[in-house]
Design a protein around this ligand. Sequence first.
Ligand code: ZN
Length: 280
Amino acid sequence: MITDCHIHIQPLDEFKPEALALMKKTRKDFAQIEEYCRSPKAFLNYLDRIGVDRAVLINYVAPEVIGFTSAVNEFIANYVKADPKRLLPCGSVHPRHTRNVLADMEHIVRLGIRLIKIHPPHQLLYPNDYVNGVKELEIIYRAAEANGIPIMVHTGTSIFPGARNKYGDPMYVDDVAVDFPKLKILLAHGGRPLWMDTAFFLVRRHPNVYLDISGIPPKSLLTYFPRLEEIAHKTLFGTDWPGPGVPEVEKGLAQFRALTLSDATREQILSKTALEIWPA
Ligand SMILES: [Zn+2]
């Protein structure tokens, strides 16, 4: 069973014009993106064609930089009704754009959200900002931890207009891993292309921190993470399609399969780690 833990199926009408312009400029397959974001059936057929069993569908609230409001949670909860076993919804609550953080967290838990995204460069916050008085963030982590819902933190740079890359340093996740030991934390993109050493350290240091390899050019994965085999048991395959510059899912999958890795490592990363986090 192959899981792509990081695909963006999003309400495209929520994009700000600048963000949408970047997507249109960088993606030759934009018509396909539009179709899949509109039709879960078409997207499931696509997954069948390329041999992917499950996809985690990433959404998050980021009104300032991308345009996404909390409506993304309803969008994705509705979308996955086409096949909740194969389509796993990821949503979010934004600490600065919530009036009642606990009620909003309870709401997305009721919607069936399976992963909570924190996107520091797009949400303009540090993942450990609760140490600086952002109480809402602590409540989000506590609620996720109590409900057994993992979080995914974007680490590394972003080229969307208005993204602030100082927030992309994975080291700020260290506090979160210490303060919420039962919370599973997925480091998206392994800090690429600036902070891979930090990401590798955190995955080895903390039992509750995992690596999501999405957004790393698959051909360069072992250059970025030469000791990948050591953390394979906590590593997940993902593509980040259709992010700017990211190859199509089937290409990313083929390039990953072509890497010099043991069969056991390949199976662990493509299948087993995700099954441990979201059992079938
Ligand atoms: Zn992404």
